[in-house]
Write a protein that binds this ligand. Sequence first.
Ligand SMILES: *Cc1c(COP(=O)(O)O)cnc(C)c1O
Length: 431
Amino acid sequence: MKYYSTNKNSELASFKEATIRGQAPDKGLYFPEAIPQVDRGLIGNIKELSNETIAFNVIKPYVGDEIDEKDLLRIVSETVNFPIPLVNVNDGIFSLELFHGPTLAFKDVGARFMSRCLGHFLKDEKKKVTVLVATSGDTGGAVANGFYNVPGVDVVILYPSGKVSPVQEKQLTTLGKNITALEIEGTFDDCQKMVKQAFADADINQKLFLTSANSINIARWLPQQFYYFFAYKQWDYKRYPPVICVPSGNFGNICAGILAKQSGLPIDHFIAACNINDVVTEYLHTADFKPQTAKPTLSNAMDVGDPSNFIRILEMFHHRFPELKNNLSSFSVTDNETLETIKKVFVEYNYTLDPHGAVAYLALEKYLKDHPDMSGIFLETAHPVKFPDAVERATGKKTEIPVSISSILQLEKQCTKMSATYQLFKNFLLD
Ligand SMILES: *Cc1c(COP(=O)(O)O)cnc(C)c1O
């Protein structure tokens, strides 16, 4: 498989090149030249297949022979080595729980796959790679965990001060070794801008070999297709395919789901659930894409004003608005609605949502109200314990802290605080 840049001004790249570079030299995002079709047998026999086998078959055409089958199978097995259950919440609504990985968020899947691919490609290189990552919350922890102790790789994480939850902050600031955290006095968009600027900076690129672990990297983006297949494997509620609702920020996750559908996975329709950062919701009403400044909300991992993967969605629908609109709906949900939803679902169905899952639950419910014959799945992207304040406010009950988290909360935060000034960041990297 070759990958082209969405800006169409760079040469085609192999899987390895695209994984190591992250972003194309013309600042576009890499996109597969052709969307492979999964074997019909894979869909027909999916209930008989292990998650490893499904994942291997889904990713194989994207990797080609750039990683030999034995190594790819190992990478894939390590990527999906935790449960991803589909849980019935109420009649017609199911939760795909993506939070059973090491950092309790769905980003573990992409981060684990990417770190292992990069580790594999770099094992014979002398040059050290620096992974730069801006995080609105969960990316940092998943990437830090995925890359911790990977030889030849240093990780620098930028996160917005005061805008990530205490558990999230501990997950990205307590590892040490090859993981460095920078606490930026600004928003997630500021962090992302600083990272983008560093990638474009000739002085830095002369000294360091940079790559990105944000969801623009194909090795993080593509494996996110896996769990849409796992969801379908567990789907036997109705004979017809589900609607899938994805809580969206940078739109990497939903974009992977749409890719899975275009590869042959039966999914009826997609819903992008957004908080008040509603650029895409607005776009679907007006056909006008107007980036905004990110506004802080309870579902902080979705506080994105200019979602970088949106270009990939346009690409998948050949930049044709009507085609896109037929396949994708979007709803914007306020913080009050988020809290009310957590409360309602807890009281009525005894199921605890995190704020991101709550946004998705409500968006799905709104869609199903207009489509009463359908039923659907929302992605529960983080464990509620990562957002205890909101969850306790809504349910009035303390969330139980898993052992893996209580031990991390005891550890000392190690990070460097910095204003959102590019020059300071540059000096830091060059030091
Ligand atoms: C990152 C994140 C999202 C948003 O995913 P995108 O791929 O950026 O759209 C949603 N929920 C949680 C918990 C996240 O960490």
